[in-house]
Design a protein around this ligand. Structure first.
Ligand code: AQP
Length: 334
């Protein structure tokens, strides 16, 4: 049977990249009736230092973002990672299965650790093993993610395969990534070669889900572009990363293909296209941010939802962890 797992880090404001690459997809999967488990991965977030009060706030606001985007906590399982200890427990097993060399190849670690990798946390290095545990503790078959997570998903399969091989079992599934839609990699508004990211120091590089209509319009107006008009076909965007990004975002927000967007807007200058994009972005994002702030007025209710979600998640994870411990040879006598 198909079971979906995915997560988002409460490491800052939710961005348009997180929305188009992840959240919007999650809602579609839930509404297709697929069993879905969605997690605020707070344990991942602290692989880079987080102010405790900010982390608490970001976790609740992220939960509000899920619900405001259309995740129904009755249909889907919605919780924060640290409340289900099986994630951390399975991660230890996977730390012992994964190889140092595999981790050293991870481009996200190289990007985030930067030049001074010796000073990065051990947790940041081991991040993909915890991510594999997040997924495999539920025997999830599919993981909807943005394009940047492809390599981590391959590593998840490698860990599952090595565990199965080392212990001579057929226990963990080889999970498939689901990378769909027109905007699987939304780029920075300031630099078409960099991914739009919560942790980019420049707020002008991203659209936050909580931005006001004015901020959204301003950021799109100031987004870096080239001086050419839009082409009439996708292939005309090949060497124009900034233009391609804005068209992809339009397509993602409007549920259109890139070719459909260009059929309508090919030949337009950015002076015309940017306001159209800003209007569309405000139309799609404003209701979500309004609902997020409404939900954030009652954080006790959010905590209750996360607590209930954690209990449901734990009920699925615990037996899989027990079975894993049994396979590994741990004595269980209490
Ligand atoms: N720019 C993006 N375009 C499309 N999808 C994206 N995702 C992130 N950025 C983009 C997808 O969002 C999900 C959650 O990501 P995450 O919070 O686990 O971490 P991340 O990928 O590292 O995202 P950020 O925003 O860049 O956070 P920071 O700055 O804290 O590292 C994933 O499915 C991801 O693919």
């Amino acid at each position: 049977p198909t079971r979906i797992f995915s997560g988002i880090q409460p490491s800052g404001n939710l961005t348009l990249g997180n929305y188009l690459g992840a959240l919007k997809r999650f809602v579609e999967k839930q509404n297709e009736g697929i069993e879905s488990i969605y997690c605020m991965v707070d344990m991942h977030a602290i692989s880079v230092w987080q102010d405790p009060a900010d982390l608490r706030h970001a976790t609740r606001e992220l939960a509000a973002g899920f619900i405001a985007s259309g995740i129904d906590p009755e249909k889907s399982v919605l919780f924060n990672q640290s409340q289900v200890s099986a994630h951390a427990e399975l991660a230890w097993i996977f730390n012992c299965v994964a190889r140092m060399g595999w981790m050293q190849r991870m481009t996200q670690f190289k990007d985030k650790a930067g030049k001074n990798a010796q000073n990065a946390s051990l947790g940041l290095f081991a991040y993909p093993a915890l991510m594999a545990a997040d997924i495999l503790i539920y025997h999830a078959t599919h993981v909807p993610v943005g394009d940047d997570q492809k390599q981590h998903l391959e590593l998840t399969r490698d860990i599952a395969a090595k565990f199965n091989h080392d212990y001579g079992v057929d226990f963990f599934p080889l999970t498939e990534p689901v990378i769909e839609g027109a905007a699987t990699r939304v780029m920075s508004l300031r630099d078409g070669s960099k991914k739009m990211s919560k942790s980019d120091p420049s707020d002008m590089s991203r659209i936050n889900m909580t931005d006001s209509a004015d901020d959204i319009a301003k950021k799109i107006r100031k987004a870096k572009t080239d001086p050419e008009a839009l082409p009439s076909e996708a292939k005309g965007l090949e060497d124009r990363p900034e233009a391609r990004n804005l068209v992809n975002v339009y397509a993602g927000l409007a549920d259109m293909t890139v070719d459909q967007v260009l059929a309508d807007h090919g030949g337009s200058q950015f002076g015309t296209f940017k306001p159209a994009l800003a209007e569309l972005a405000v139309e799609k994002l404003s209701p979500i941010s309004t609902e997020m702030s409404r939900l954030m007025q009652d954080t006790a209710e959010i905590d209750k939802i996360l607590g209930r979600g954690a209990e449901r998640a734990d009920a699925i994870a615990r037996p899989i962890l027990e079975k894993t411990y049994d396979i590994v040879g741990f004595v269980r006598s209490r």
